[in-house]
Design a protein. Structure first.
Length: 137
């Protein structure tokens, strides 16, 4: 039984590596439309999934409990959620991630999504709002 579990774990790790999945921590989740309490997640745009080691957190705080079981897969230490779910919850998270990348943001662990000026997405929005308000005056 141990050998089977080890084989599954290796296959899952290989799949994650080949899917170009990116790990996102608490400081990047809000920009993806998730509560920071969801915990660390993996996102793969290429394979169209979100994965979590702690599915209870993402299901409770992220609304993933409404995703039908046919769009969830438990493999190794992860629960994978397919972007084709009827709730479109996974698809929206992937779309937010894709838009951040298109807008020039990159994820930095401990900071969140940061633009080329070193501002987080939240700081950039605040700066833009401040500039717009000053132009109105």
């Amino acid at each position: 039984m141990y050998k089977l579990n080890e084989t599954i774990e290796k296959a899952v790790q290989k799949y994650i590596e080949e899917s170009d999945a990116v790990e996102i921590g608490a400081h990047g989740l809000e920009e993806l439309g998730l509560d920071f309490r969801c915990g660390r997640i993996l996102i793969s745009v290429d394979e169209g999934f979100v994965a979590a080691c702690n599915p209870r957190s993402i299901e409770y705080y992220g609304g993933f409990e409404y995703i039908d079981s046919e769009f969830k897969l438990d493999a190794g230490d992860y629960r994978f959620y397919d972007k084709e779910d009827e709730t479109d919850r996974v698809g929206r998270v992937i779309q937010f991630y894709r838009e951040l990348l298109q807008d020039g943001y990159q994820y930095e662990d401990g900071k969140g999504f940061v633009n080329s000026n070193g501002l987080t997405a939240q700081e950039a929005v605040a700066a833009k709002t401040a500039v717009e308000k000053s132009e109105e005056l």
